[in-house]
Ligand binder design. Structure first.
Ligand SMILES: Cc1cc2nc3c(=O)[nH]c(=O)nc-3n(C[C@H](O)[C@H](O)[C@H](O)COP(=O)(O)OP(=O)(O)OC[C@H]3O[C@@H](n4cnc5c(N)ncnc54)[C@H](O)[C@@H]3O)c2cc1C
Length: 439
């Protein structure tokens, strides 16, 4: 594992607003003794639980899901709740150049389907995830990026908004010069969503076992044997859906193929109507800026502001505290009228990057029946949900179910990954320049 053990400790729940504001899922018991299943899934986040639901509902498969902690302990229970496009770091031109035009269209369709999938899950499994108004806002943080935004075609149903229009629409900040609105996606309560999926999976007959870290996967007959501290599963097929929390020693093939990175979130106390009016920000639209080390934020249904920032290289207390301080200063620069508003919760977690800049949904080379679905590049609410479903269909024989760009195994990172990440962040910081007020 790339970071300090504290970042992976299943007994350490984050100081998360989501968990504090949602009925907890009754603890899923650990695996006891030896059991059999057609498919064993490692990881009870969006990817693993969606795969389990697909397998049991569409294929009548006998499924066990194992999590080292409890469902939603990973990124799925602690993210910003932006259900939006994304999942890869490749843009349409790069996809077209590397994989062809059809692959770019295929990825577009996947992104749209992924958002629809989350909506469908919420409806079908009756999950109240406090969804917000639809659409998202990409904010321009510099004159150059605003000029670029104005020169680019506006997507269908979208709009360009300058500072005056942003102010008129209740989207006023001190830091951004304009924005592009895209009418897709919505905000949700991420922990309510993932625990709702876990309940639905249990109701459909999936065995969801918590406190069951898989410590070994070995070939067994024509399948696999997975070991935990208190039991074992013998399964024909296995799906590894552990994303940023993956233990690379479990499967040597995985070693150095992923780059877990830290993302951070803070949530304020509820803002008063007067505070919101003073700032001129009172919409629940999802918003993010176009910096490499981006900020993302949205107003929650109880008028708290959720504010996220990418960055940080360690889970050590002093490093986390330093990053928190920086994120708070940036929050105050963007929203000067909220300067006096306390941070009520703040936490972090791991996302998963790959050197191919795309997720991987496919088999582990040379290991029959062993599949992987991960690498959502910090945008997995929608992508991991649909990606988990694609993995399940692929394991059942539909090899073309995963989108084209996700079928190529990511190459291994060659440089020491923490150094590479530190260097990439330093370059990103220089390219971004300091965040500035433009009011
Ligand atoms: C702070 C933060 C903010 C984010 N904001 C957004 C956002 O707003 N929008 C968005 O789209 N995405 C966001 N993301 C990313 C998104 O949350 C993830 O891409 C997504 O949740 C990944 O889901 P997953 O099921 O693949 O993995 P996870 O939800 O991370 O689940 C992996 C699970 O695997 C388990 N596990 C690991 N090893 C083992 C083992 N050996 N045995 C058993 N279990 C194991 C872990 O306990 C964990 O529960 C954010 C992430 C973070 C951390």
């Amino acid at each position: 594992m790339l970071y300090e053990p504290s970042g992976y400790d299943p007994n350490e729940w984050p100081d998360s607003y989501w968990r504090a504001s949602c009925l907890p899922l009754p603890a899923c018991p650990p695996l006891q003794g030896e059991t059999q299943a057609q498919v064993a899934i490692i990881g009870a986040g969006y990817a693993g639980l969606n795969a389990a639901l697909e397998l049991v509902e569409r294929h009548g498969t006998n499924v066990v899901v194992l999590d080292a902690a409890q469902p939603g302990w990973g990124a799925s229970g602690r993210n910003g709740g932006f259900c939006c496009q994304g999942g890869a770091r490749l843009d349409a031109d790069q996809i077209t150049r590397c994989f062809g035009r059809e692959a770019a269209q295929d990825w577009d369709r996947f992104e749209a389907r992924a958002i629809a999938r989350v909506q469908d899950n919420l409806t079908r499994y009756r999950i109240d995830a406090q969804t917000t108004e639809p659409g998202e806002l990409a904010l321009a943080a510099s004159p150059r990026s605003w000029a670029r935004m104005q020169a680019a075609p506006v997507p269908e149903g979208g709009a360009l908004l300058d500072r005056a229009e942003l102010r008129a629409q209740g989207l006023n900040t001190a830091a951004y010069l304009g924005a592009r609105y895209v009418p897709c996606g919505f905000g949700l309560h991420p922990y309510a969503y993932v625990t709702g999926l876990a309940r639905a999976a249990q109701a459909a007959g999936v065995r969801v076992q918590g406190d069951s870290r898989v410590t070994e996967i070995v070939p067994h007959g024509d399948g696999w044997r997975l070991r935990t501290a208190t039991g074992a599963v013998i399964a024909r097929q296995v799906l590894i859906a552990t994303n940023g929390y993956s233990d690379e020693s479990l499967v040597p093939w995985l070693h150095r193929r992923i780059l877990p990175a830290i993302s951070n979130v803070m949530v304020t106390r509820p803002l008063t109507a007067a505070e919101l009016d003073a700032q001129g920000w009172n919409r629940s639209l999802m918003a993010y800026d176009d910096r490499y080390l981006l900020h993302y934020f949205r107003l929650l249904p109880d008028n708290r502001l959720m504010f996220g920032a990418r960055g940080g290289l360690s889970f050590q207390a002093h490093s986390v505290a330093r990053f928190k301080q920086r994120a708070r200063a940036e929050f105050e620069l963007i929203f000067p009228q909220f300067r006096q508003v306390e941070t009520a919760y703040s936490w972090n977690g791991l996302v998963c990057l790959t050197a191919s800049l795309a997720p991987y949904i496919g088999p582990v080379e040379g290991a029959k029946g062993l599949w992987v679905a991960l690498g959502w590049h910090g945008n997995g609410v929608a992508a991991a949900s649909e990606g988990g479903r694609c993995a399940a269909r692929g394991m059942m024989g539909a090899r073309d179910a995963p989108p084209h760009i996700t079928r190529k195994p990511p190459p291994r990172f060659i440089a020491p990954r923490k150094w590479a990440l530190a260097a990439a962040m330093a370059v990103a910081g220089v390219m971004d320049g300091p965040l500035q007020r433009h009011d």
